[in-house]
Design a protein around this ligand. Structure first.
Ligand code: RIB
Ligand code: CA
Length: 358
């Protein structure tokens, strides 16, 4: 199998770290480098965190590059309230000393995309680095194969405002420039941005039960995941009453590898860059504006299949074993109406309003 060459642009960040863990355990990928953008935490901290994940996976051979330290125009707003002041759930893991991040992510991106072919980008943070790349080296994209971004939202509500998702809210000007480039840049006109937005990622909730299963599968990896996600789980409980944490970024990596994990539609998309709806993803789903369909908007996914994919890759567990366990662990949501039970039944299976709990 020929591995797909990728550059992962990210802002680690707890879910970025899980996405990197997945990518590092996927033989389908050849990671040429990791570029860091200001987002969840400042770029320098994000780079330290990327190195920590690479060291955990014994892959310090993969280079990490420092990217933009602030958005194109807006003041930089981090997401430390969600990811912790160190960006990895305030675990304060020791910094890697064997190697250091390289400077100038943009030059690395430009050089790689102009000197190699069929290189894809998986962007898991604000699109500042990608926008800068397009500004400085508009003709470097000869080598770009596919572009997947975790960001935005179609019908799902925002997570930074009623209408805006963090990555596109943090740097809306960059997001708009990147989406527009896929309508006019001759090297991008036949390509689309694959947008893994909140409509699909909100369905991916890492629960305490799943973490317990992971710890049984591999105490080392399971404990690492538990350690870096506890802060995130506490945040989700306080903010949204969710028992677990929404892990957005790993779905973008999983989808890049297995497109059957998500389904969606093509449309022209742009990003609002000012006013009360700043950062809103505007998807022309009904083609009002008759513009080039620059994006493929993912709107459906399956948590069961994603978790099966994640666990089989990261923990090297046969998929049939994982499927059996997930049937025990995952609440399968059904819209089936509550059955009219005429007499008490004592089966171990109950149908509650939200799902079938086995
Ligand atoms: O809105 C969620 C996204 O913003 C994720 O990529 C998270 O890591 C943050 O970057
Ligand atoms: Ca991210």
């Amino acid at each position: 199998m020929n591995a797909k060459k990728v550059i992962i642009d990210c802002d680690p960040g707890i879910d970025d770290a899980l996405a990197l863990l997945l990518a590092l355990h996927a033989p389908e990928l050849e990671i040429l480098g990791i570029t860091i953008v200001c987002g969840n935490v400042p770029t320098t901290q994000g780079a330290e965190n990327a190195l920590k994940v690479l060291q955990f996976a014994n892959r310090l051979d993969i280079p990490v590059y420092l990217g933009e330290a602030k958005p194109l125009q807006r003041d930089y707003v981090d997401a430390m309230d969600t990811h912790g002041s160190d960006g990895l759930g305030e675990t304060y893991l020791p910094n890697v000393t064997q190697t250091r991040p390289h400077k100038d992510a943009i030059s690395f991106l430009a050089k790689t995309l102009s000197q190699q072919t069929k290189v894809s980008i998986i962007a898991l943070g604000p699109l500042t680095n990608i926008a800068r790349l397009l500004q400085k080296y508009p003709n470097c994209l000869t080598g770009l194969d596919e572009f997947v971004t975790m960001g935005g939202n179609f019908k799902s509500h925002g997570n930074c405002s009623p209408v805006a998702e963090y990555n596109y809210w943090c740097d809306p000007d960059a997001a708009k420039e990147v989406y527009e480039a896929f309508t006019y840049n001759p090297l991008l006109k036949q390509k689309q941005i694959h947008m893994i937005g909140l409509d699909v990622t909100r369905k991916i909730v890492l629960t305490p039960n799943l973490i317990t299963y992971m710890k049984f599968l591999s105490p080392r990896i399971g404990n690492f995941i538990q350690t870096i996600t506890q802060f995130y789980i506490d945040f989700h409980w306080k903010q949204e009453g969710i028992l677990g944490c929404v892990i957005n970024d790993p779905l973008a990596v999983a989808y890049f590898i297995d497109r059957s994990l998500c389904h969606g539609f093509s449309a022209y998309t742009t990003i609002e860059t000012e006013g009360i709806c700043i950062g809103q993803t505007v998807v022309d789903a009904y083609d009002f504006w008759k513009k080039e369909k620059n994006s493929y908007i993912l709107t459906q996914t399956d948590i069961f299949r994603f978790m099966e994919f994640f666990i089989t890759k990261v923990f090297a567990v046969p998929s049939d074993t994982t499927r059996q366990m997930l049937q025990q662990i995952l609440v399968v949501h059904t819209d089936a109406p509550l059955p009219q039970i005429s007499q008490p039944c004592f089966s171990s299976v109950q149908t509650c309003e939200r799902g079938v709990v086995l």
